[in-house]
Write a new protein. Structure first.
Length: 173
């Protein structure tokens, strides 16, 4: 009887060991990369450090470094593009409730949990932009001061992220 119990115990331990070996470790969250003087936008090559407004970075599966965007509108245009086929592991945006609008550095937050102000009078690197905020009260305060409405990530639509920089609506040209 003692031998049977020992064999069962050994079998249980072996099974648990095999199951533990089969389980996948959750991937570690991608780390935000700092904007350096030579960091360029993935879409247009603009140097991010030279322009105001919120920036973004997208981490794609299999890529060691993220792709940077000089504007949240560009980031949304890539993410919401139906042809976008690469696996996104993280999207980070700058919290404009903490960062300096004219020269934003750091303050990276998860884009999917952020609050966005669409339609404000504040301009980013490409003209009209979408402000990103970690907290709803900061976003609401920004919208009250500069106009626009507060939305969540999933509420931003492709129609809101046209990459014309406002040129098509500019009546002065």
């Amino acid at each position: 009887m003692k031998r049977v119990i020992e064999l069962r115990l050994a079998g249980t331990v072996l099974s648990l060991g095999l199951l533990a070996g089969c389980s996948e470790q959750p991937p570690s969250a991608p780390v935000a990369h700092a904007i350096e003087p030579g960091t360029a936008c993935a879409l247009d090559g603009m140097l991010l450090a030279h322009f105001p407004g919120p920036k973004a970075q997208i981490h794609f599966k299999g890529d060691e470094l993220p792709e940077f965007f000089c504007d949240t509108v560009e980031m949304f245009s890539v993410v919401l593009n139906p042809e976008q086929a690469r696996m996104v592991t993280a999207i980070l945006v700058q919290d404009m409730g903490a960062a300096d609008w004219e020269s934003p550095r750091g303050h990276w937050i998860d884009a999917r949990s952020a609050f966005y102000v669409v339609g404000s009078s504040k301009l980013g690197s490409m003209g009209p932009t979408i402000g990103a905020f970690a907290a709803d009260p900061k976003a609401a305060e920004f919208a009250q001061h500069y106009g626009g409405r507060v939305l969540r990530f999933g509420e931003v639509s492709p129609e809101m992220v046209v990459l014309d920089g406002g040129v098509m609506r500019d009546q002065k040209m």
